[in-house]
Design a protein around this ligand. Structure first.
Ligand code: ATP
Length: 626
């Protein structure tokens, strides 16, 4: 369960702008004999179900040490295990089995480390509609402790913007795949800035230069070098650094299919490989040479010499793995031991770091404001408003001044369906993006899940109410429903309950069934059965399946909508000179006109129930192994 801790956090955050130059607390990261294996999973509906007992070993005994002021680059071909190692070192691997010893100042990963560690993921997970300034200010408000005033937090965000050279695009929106915003390099710097805000002692970066031109890449790595000079420890994965970048790294770890091939200073790498019989003929980018080696490629590159040109790729890799064990492994073990002797394990007050940086209310208020800023663009995009306007005008025309009961009831049931399917699918579709953000922010211990969830739920009210209201206003008068203000507001209220409950169902499905396709299929089946059992289509539901109507959102919403237009005892003309009771009308009879209070209560319980389910399902997101 989520811990609710209210005491003031006393981590030493300098209040001046000098916060960005020196580390609070130098960290030596050591990892020894790290193994990682996972059970393979099968594709399909239930993505996470194990296929068999088949396991894959991804990391095969990787060791290393990085001291304060050093930058380690993990190199290797695609699929060699770089990201896995980085994620494991950052305490973020959630599946599989991680073995080996990973210590931070000779202590295992802890909440204390989590709060002073920055992790920049490969994909920049940022809110697309916020500006650079807003993104960093909201992060500062959440991550810096409550001993800072809002002005001080804002000033820190400003200082980061200046330090990362983002001043020019400060007021531009971040953007995303479908929304033009700042450039890829700027986005990467915003992600790094978010982590720098807390003055991390240890910074992990997954491919911070991927997809960037070499000048921008150099700029980013130079910024990181400046940061490490202040006593920080940095570890990054990188694909193919230019020579200029390569020589900026203090240490290099080369991986090949999860095996270490080299660990040591970048400038010594070529000498080492030449010592074991592998050297390039002409001067070439050292990282290209190392990557070729870890791919076992020699013969198709005439510039690389080997004492045995006939070796195939597998045997070259094997030779290199064995050479590492023979020549470097013992030396590395020795380095790890020596640092043990020199380093006194620091005594940190764990309790102090277990505390949240801000109170629940502060988190709630920042998350609410940020959510409203971001979601207003999603909820009121031109496309969505256009879609709702088009559907409302079309249905208003189709039901134009309808004065027969059958048509009017049909319109009410259409209200039910449209405003059930639409919010449910919208919640399912937008959920993956939300989950990514949540995952990233929760794993850096930014806020309590309850504060996030409450802020989102409260935000749903203004966000989800506007479009259904516009829809009802247009269709209600065009279709000529009961001309009374009370009846109009009662219709609107029923519709809004329907929207919020259906959205809650979408959220619960999105959170429980992690795969969007499966959630969509499941959602449509559930909604369809609710619709069919809603009382409009099937009047005599067989007994054994009649229970569905008691859990059907449609049934309760339909009942409320009927209640907004008709009262018990109302009549309609059912034949020439004859009137019949409305409640006896075939598609009203199974539902009846009474029991409105029960329907409101049932919808209220569903509203809470579905959101509670979503909350429980979300609890597993972003929770990292210690
Ligand atoms: N959860 C998983 N299930 C199955 N295979 C996995 C899983 N996680 C990692 N792998 C596999 O482990 C290997 C290493 O993956 P990893 O992402 O660490 O490689 P990488 O070196 O970072 O690659 P790239 O440079 O392409 O990002 C890959 O073959 C990958 O397919």
């Amino acid at each position: 369960m989520e811990q609710e801790m209210e005491n003031i956090q006393e981590i030493d955050y300098p209040k001046s702008a000098a916060i960005f130059h020196n580390s609070n607390r130098p960290v030596t990261l050591k990892f020894e004999n790290v193994f990682y294996q996972i059970k393979l999973v099968k594709e399909g509906c239930f993505k996470n179900s194990p296929k068999s007992d088949e396991e894959k070993i991804i990391l095969k005994g990787v060791s290393g040490i990085v001291s304060p002021g050093e930058m380690l680059a993990i190199l290797g071909p695609s699929g060699s295990g770089k990201t896995t190692l980085l994620t494991g070192l950052g305490g973020r691997l959630v599946n599989g089995h991680l073995d080996g010893v990973i210590t931070f100042n000779n202590k295992p990963f802890s909440n204390a480390m989590k709060r002073t560690t920055g992790f920049v993921t490969q994909d920049d997970v940022l809110y697309p509609h916020l500006t650079v300034f807003e993104t960093l200010v909201f992060t500062a408000l959440l991550r810096l402790p409550k001993t800072f005033t809002v002005e001080e937090k804002t000033a820190h965000a400003e200082a980061i913007i200046t330090q990362l050279g983002l001043t020019k695009c400060k007021n531009s929106i971040v953007g995303g795949p479908l929304l033009r915003g700042i450039s890829g390099g700027e986005r990467k710097r915003v992600s790094i800035g978010q982590e720098m805000l807390v003055n991390p002692s240890l910074l992990f970066l997954d491919e911070p230069t991927s997809g960037l031109d070499s000048t921008t890449a150099l700029r980013i790595v130079s910024t990181l070098t400046d940061l490490t000079k202040g006593g920080r420890t940095a570890v990054m994965t990188i694909h193919q650094p230019s020579s200029r970048l390569f020589y900026m790294f203090d240490k290099v770890l080369l991986l090949c299919e999860g095996n270490p091939l080299y660990f040591g200073r970048g400038e010594d790498a070529l000498r080492y490989f030449s010592g074991i019989g592998f050297s390039p003929l002409v001067a070439m980018n050292p990282s290209d040479f190392l990557l070729d080696l870890s791919n076992g490629i020699l013969s198709d590159d005439p510039r690389i010499l080997t004492d045995d040109p006939g070796k195939d790729q597998a045997s070259i890799k094997l030779t290199l793995v064995t050479a590492f064990q023979t020549n470097l492994a013992d030396n590395l073990k020795q380095q790890l031991r020596e640092s043990d002797i020199h380093q006194v394990a620091e005594k940190l007050d764990e309790k102090k770091f277990n505390q949240w940086t801000n109170t629940w209310w502060q988190q709630f208020s920042v998350l609410f404001r940020r959510g409203m800023k971001e979601r207003k663009h999603q909820s009121f995009s031109g496309l969505k408003v256009g879609q709702v306007l088009a559907v409302s005008i079309l249905s208003g025309l189709l039901w134009w001044k309808s004065n027969n009961i059958q048509d009017q009831i049909g319109l009410l049931f259409f209200y039910c369906n449209f405003w059930e399917f639409y919010p449910m699918f919208q919640a399912i579709f937008t959920f993956p993006q939300e989950r990514m953000m949540l995952e990233k922010e929760r794993s850096s211990g930014m806020y309590r899940l309850s504060a996030y969830f409450m802020a989102r739920t409260v935000g749903d009210l203004p966000m989800e109410l506007v479009l259904p209201t516009i829809f009802t206003i247009i269709t209600y008068w065009m279709a000529g429903l009961k001309p009374s203000v009370g009846a109009f507001f009662s219709t609107l209220f029923s519709l809004l309950c329907n929207v919020l409950v259906s959205q809650g169902l979408g959220l619960a499905l999105g959170a429980m069934v992690m795969d969007q396709k499966s959630a969509t299929v499941l959602g449509s089946v559930i909604m369809l059965s609710f619709t069919l059992a809603g009382g409009y289509f099937v009047q005599h539901v067989p007994r054994f399946i009649a229970w569905i109507k008691y859990v059907s959102i449609s049934q309760y919403a339909y009942k409320l909508l009927l209640g907004s237009q008709y009262s018990p005892g109302d009549t309609y003309s059912c034949a020439i000179n004859a009137t019949c009771l409305v409640e006896d009308f075939p598609s009203i009879k199974p539902v009846g006109l009474g029991g409105k209070g029960i329907s409101v209560f049932a919808l209220f319980i569903m509203l809470l129930g579905y959101r509670f389910l979503a909350y429980v399902a979300l609890m597993r997101i972003g929770v990292t192994k210690k």
